[in-house]
Write a protein that binds this ligand. Structure first.
Ligand code: F0G
Length: 454
């Protein structure tokens, strides 16, 4: 497997001593989000905003049109979005959570119910911020790390049907499909499932929106795993996906191969007009919405490069290779491997550390100390919630450590650093201890939380 590009610019990688890392992680409150990047050797914290841009993207920086109103770069991006996603109205934003805020502010009222296969942290928080209730309806297979069902991001159509039958349509302003399902392991949704969900929703007059941050990776899995789509091009599959919905929100920081940017796109003209008014209030004029003209140029190129099959084949292959090396070493990993990340099953890795002691955070801290590798907790620290009726803390079904692979950044040798470190930790896993929280904020508190070793 060969990178379908060669390297034109390089960036030095920091190294640190184990002793120093032990001190740094303690000072960071055992939360890798609190570490300075200059102390990280291989950064697998996120695939968001961390891509390496191509020479074509860099070249577009100079032609960006920085006009306040009517920027040429906006129209170029709008043309690209219309061609690839098929939606008429484009609202650029600085990143996807601004699009979430705008979309849910326009559509969700207190007491509303918003179904999804599974919400990402920020989409969930933005619905709840509006007083809406989020309902995850992903299929049951998604919660079994060992099950290798090819489309573990699928929404459970029976449960969706039941919800649509029991809730009044006035309480259901929209449904969201997250492609790929990041918090469920970077798992794809099949085109058949998208089509069926769309039919159910259309019958009730409920608009379907995609949280499409990793739409190209999802399309690649459809081509690879859904037999009747094997002959379609990625661009055709992408068009078929988005034809099932009324709009999408996208973070260009993922499948836009950009370091910043995002957009909301919709077929609904009235909604677009309303959102543009809010955009003026919080992001900027509708033809730049929080972005420089050059950022929009970079996005327009990125969305075309990301649907290239050679790129995707290497991309998905590189993540898969990382997963296979861990699996071969006997390390418990979530199957099948995701599109942008491999998720280590921290519950199986550290069975002696209960959810209340944050096994995925403990593993993340150990991985940093072992080799200076940073990975993200997707478990009880970020995913627990208080049950509104009982007042009890409810922990998520899985405790995962996400090893995200930035796009076009690392080679296999870099990823092997993480593999070797995890192998060493696995051999002495009984020695690892759980953590306790000493500080956590109210909104998305896991990003800044501080913990101590028990
Ligand atoms: N939706 C999904 C599925 C995401 O993964 C993210 C971000 C967002 C929405 C929000 O996008 O960052 O541009 O505001 N995910 C990043 C991650 C942060 O690390 O997975 P944003």
């Amino acid at each position: 497997m060969m990178e379908p590009y060669k390297i034109k610019a390089v960036e030095p990688i920091p190294t640190t001593t184990r002793r120093k890392r032990e001190r740094l992680i303690r000072e960071a409150g055992y939360n890798v989000f609190n570490l300075a990047a200059e102390h990280v050797t291989v950064d697998l914290l996120t695939d968001s905003g961390t891509s390496a841009m191509s020479d074509r993207q860099w070249s577009r920086l100079m032609v960006g049109d920085e006009s306040f109103a009517g920027s040429r770069s906006f129209f170029r991006l709008q043309k690209t979005v219309r061609e690839i996603f098929g939606y008429r109205h484009l609202i650029p934003v600085h990143q996807a959570r601004a699009a979430e805020h705008l979309l849910f502010t326009a559509l969700v009222k207190p007491g509303d119910v918003v179904p999804s296969n599974m919400f990402f942290d920020t989409t969930r928080a933005n619905v709840e911020h509006r007083g809406g209730r989020t309902v995850d309806l992903v299929i049951q297979e998604a919660y079994d790390p060992r099950c290798d069902y090819p489309f573990k991001g699928n929404i459970d159509l029976k449960r969706l049907h039941r919800l649509l039958d029991t809730e009044s349509p006035e309480r259901l302003p929209l449904a969201v499909l997250t492609i790929t399902n990041n918090n469920g392991g970077g798992q794809p949704v099949s085109l058949a499932n998208i089509t069926e969900a769309s039919k159910l929703l259309t019958a009730k007059g409920i608009p379907l929106y995609f949280d499409a941050c990793r739409f190209a990776e999802n399309a690649f899995f459809i081509k690879e795993r859904e037999r009747d789509q094997a002959q379609s091009s990625i661009a055709e599959i992408v068009a078929k996906i988005f034809a099932c919905g009324q709009g999408c929100l996208v973070s260009a920081k993922k499948d836009g191969l950009a370091n910043m940017g995002g957009f909301l796109a919709t077929q609904n003209e009235k909604l677009a007009e309303r959102v543009k008014e809010m955009l003026l209030l919080i992001e900027g004029f509708p033809t730049f919405g929080g972005l420089a003209g050059r950022d929009m140029e970079v996005m327009a190129v990125g969305f075309r490069e990301v649907i290239d099959e050679r790129y995707l084949s290497f991309r998905i292959g590189q993540v898969r290779e990382l997963g296979e090396k861990l699996l071969a070493a006997g390390i418990p990993v979530l199957l099948p491997f995701g599109g942008h990340a491999v998720y280590v099953d921290a519950k199986a890795f550290l069975p002696h550390v209960p959810a209340e002691q944050f096994p995925a955070s403990a593993l993340s801290a150990a991985l940093y100390v072992e080799a200076g590798v940073r990975a993200a907790e997707v478990g009880s620290l970020s995913g627990s919630h208080r049950d509104p009726e009982s007042g009890q803390t409810v922990n998520p079904a899985m405790e995962l450590l996400r090893l995200s692979v930035p796009r076009r950044v690392y080679t296999s040798a870099h990823l092997d650093v993480a593999v070797e470190a995890l192998k060493k930790i696995y051999r002495r896993r009984e020695k690892l201890r759980g953590l306790k929280v000493v500080h956590k904020g109210e909104i998305l508190g896991h990003f800044t939380a501080r913990l101590e070793v028990l």
